[in-house]
Design a protein around this ligand. Structure first.
Ligand SMILES: O=C(O)[C@H](O)[C@@H](O)[C@H](O)[C@H](O)COP(=O)(O)O
Length: 263
């Protein structure tokens, strides 16, 4: 794996500007090469930090963007827990990415899942498979014709990291960390609410051309020390190791305090 590229900033505003610079650069390169820009986005603080500066930039070919969710909570799309809802409020409502190029979960399948989950685990997983299949089909519709590969290859995945080291909906010590075939997986027992989610798997993440983690605040100091400072770490975020792509970290000084970084 290439060594991670770590950027730190005194203020989140500066982080947002630098992140926007990277997105603009990768977007231009991807459009030149493949006439589109494929992006995976996460929830948490990321959409706001991403959009703060990016939404003010001129000349971005938003109509070339194809946007997926690295993970999604299985709640209606207008629910305040929905990552889509958050991204819409913070980002999509301020730019002109065509709606049909923002790939959401099929929320019409949620009532059946709720119903199945109230019965037993097997019925729940059967029903969840419909949501997974639907999201995989959406990925296939964008990626399969261009990259006839085992996994989709995103131009950019934007990830957050939880204080426990989770990323997407991949949590520490969870069996989903061993998934190495499927593109999208269901988790019905997320330790962070809401419990039911879908998530990209590690191989999908690790096949991306570029991955950018964004983490801010002193609450991330210890976990970043473990993820970035300990090459043996098995925390989910530490298992993000692009096969050939580049890995970026965008941190504020508060989050980066315990890291030993070369200047
Ligand atoms: O679905 C979720 O629960 C969130 O998307 C979550 O995975 C988030 O990305 C991290 O917890 C980092 O969150 P912050 O950036 O807000 O710390």
């Amino acid at each position: 794996m290439n060594a991670p590229i770590i950027h730190t900033f005194p203020k989140t505003q500066e982080l947002s500007t630098s992140l926007a610079d990277l997105v603009v650069k990768l977007c231009k390169e991807a459009i030149e090469m493949r006439d589109r820009f494929t992006v995976g986005i996460s929830g948490g603080s990321l959409p706001k930090l991403l959009a703060a500066d990016l939404k003010t930039r001129q000349g971005i070919e938003w109509d070339k963007w194809e946007v997926f969710f690295c993970d999604e909570r299985l709640v209606p799309l207008d629910h305040e827990d929905s990552n889509y809802f958050l991204c819409k409020k913070e980002f999509f409502d301020h730019v002109s990415i065509p709606e049909e190029q923002i790939y959401t979960i099929n929320s019409s399948l949620l009532p059946q899942l709720e119903d199945a989950a109230s019965k037993d685990k097997e019925t729940e997983e059967e029903e969840a498979a419909n949501l997974i299949d639907d999201y995989r089909e959406k990925l296939i519709s964008v990626f399969a014709t261009v990259n006839s590969v085992k996994f989709p290859v995103f131009d950019l995945l934007l990830l957050g990291v939880g204080p426990d080291g989770h990323t997407c909906s991949l949590f520490p010590n969870h069996p989903l960390l061993n998934e190495n075939v499927e593109w999208v997986a269901y988790i019905g027992d997320s330790p962070k609410p809401p419990p039911r989610r879908i998530t990209f798997t590690l191989p999908v993440i690790n096949h991306a051309h570029n991955i950018a983690f964004v983490a801010t605040g002193e609450g991330k100091q210890d976990v970043l020390k473990e993820i970035i400072g300990n090459s043996e770490s098995k925390l989910p975020s530490a298992l993000v190791q692009p096969v050939t792509g580049k890995l970026y970290w965008f941190l504020d000084d508060a989050a980066a305090t315990k890291l030993t970084l070369s200047k």
